[in-house]
Design a protein around this ligand. Structure first.
Ligand code: SF4
Length: 387
């Protein structure tokens, strides 16, 4: 929690305020032992935090995607909102055109939208976490219409800003009936894009929910990736098709954000092509045009530009680069810089699992063999690394 600037999959993330009163039962703050901190606390002055972000070795003007307060608070809480705008406005004052993701479920007013619309350079996206869950033990905010009102408000007043319905977490038994899905999709009719995803199944949040009497439909196999079984994925996609709404649906946040801003996905998800079967043709063309494997020299140059160990083993494969022991944060920085998937050899992705946990997926024999061979391929490549 003390790390103020970190690299997350959707962008370089600034978190100099921690603490949240919204009490979502599945919150990731359970993992970090911070769930009991209800009052947002400022760790350092916002002007120092902005400096820290913009001088970070992995920040690139105009290109690095940025996220504000996505780890341990909600950026639109009354005590946090002034800082959210202060960061956005300082970036804008410096003429930076980076994409900035603001993930919230709280009040967004017409005045907030007017202030966002005054930005001239920074390209903001509001992602509203909205699940359709009605059980207030899981999401206390479900008792109110706060999030839906905010989504509709933001959608009505947006011009340059983009608005995404972030449909998560989708969990069997919590919010997967046809009626609930139809209700969420109806709200999604008004926004630029809908992104859907699953739930982080870890001991801390599952224990909290079970103590509240909530049924958590996954076992005790804790996961480092989000869980969303294949059959639920298929039902979500079908519900979206049946709804007839024109708003595109995506499986990854960066896909929704980049579609909304008419850019290619900065995470290079095209390297996992089964993710793209629901993507609009124009966006697929944009990503296809931009998607190019780095040469070995380019990959080494990227390592060098970030000050990473240049002797790190890597192997450029179709759609991704295999690496070992770089660590998640370095891999994300490289991924954003190259627009190409960067994988850790010990956490490979299985075909058609969409980068999710494997609960609810059945890998084929070929998939398992490719995984089992990955380390050998990487070792072999390092041995003949002479270009
Ligand atoms: S084409 Fe694929 S990678 Fe690009 S935005 Fe669409 S789903 Fe994402």
């Amino acid at each position: 929690m003390a790390q103020i600037v970190t690299n997350r999959k959707s962008g370089l993330s600034l978190n100099h305020i921690i603490g949240c009163p919204l009490d979502c039962g599945y919150c990731v703050r359970h993992f970090w032992g911070n769930f009991e901190q209800k009052i947002p606390q400022l760790l350092i002055p916002t002007e120092d935090a902005v400096e820290m972000l913009l001088t970070h070795r992995e920040f690139r003007p105009h290109t690095t995607p940025v996220q504000l307060f996505n780890k341990a608070t909600d950026p639109m809480l009354p005590g946090v909102k002034p800082h959210t705008f202060a960061v956005l406005e300082e970036m804008d004052r410096r003429g930076l055109s980076n994409l900035v993701l603001v993930i919230t479920r709280f009040h967004v007013t017409a005045d907030d939208m007017a202030r966002l619309e005054r930005l001239r350079h920074v390209r903001p996206t509001l992602l509203f976490t909205y699940s359709g869950i009605e059980d207030a033990r899981i999401e206390p905010i479900a008792k109110s219409t706060t999030t839906v009102d905010s989504i509709l408000n933001a959608a009505r007043h947006r011009e340059r800003s983009r608005v995404i319905l972030y449909w998560r977490p989708i969990v069997p038994g919590w919010n997967d009936t046809p009626e609930t899905m139809a209700g969420v999709l109806e709200v999604g009719r008004h926004v630029n894009a809908i992104v859907f995803t699953g739930y982080y199944h870890k001991e801390e949040n599952a224990g909290h929910l079970r103590d509240l009497g909530v049924e958590v439909p996954y076992g005790t196999g804790w996961e480092r990736r989000k869980v969303l079984p294949a059959e639920v994925d298929a039902r979500v996609v079908q519900a979206w098709k049946d709804s007839g709404i024109a708003t595109p649906l995506f499986r990854k946040a960066s896909c929704g954000v980049t579609y909304a801003h008419r850019e290619a996905d900065y995470n290079g998800h095209l390297g996992v092509p089964e993710l793209c079967d629901i993507c609009p043709a124009a966006q697929l063309a944009r990503c296809t045009d931009a998607h190019r494997a780095p040469t070995r020299a380019e990959f080494r140059a990227a390592l060098e530009s970030f000050g990473y160990d240049e002797t790190t083993p890597f192997l450029v494969e179709d759609g991704h680069v295999l690496t070992h022991a770089l660590g998640e944060q370095r891999r994300y920085a490289l991924q954003h810089a190259l627009g190409y998937q960067i994988w850790e050899v010990d956490h490979p992705h299985l075909h058609a699992a969409h980068g999710r946990a494997l609960q609810g997926y059945e890998p084929g024999e070929d998939d398992l063999r490719v995984l089992a061979d990955a380390r050998d391929r990487l070792t072999e490549s390092a041995r003949y690394d002479d270009d």
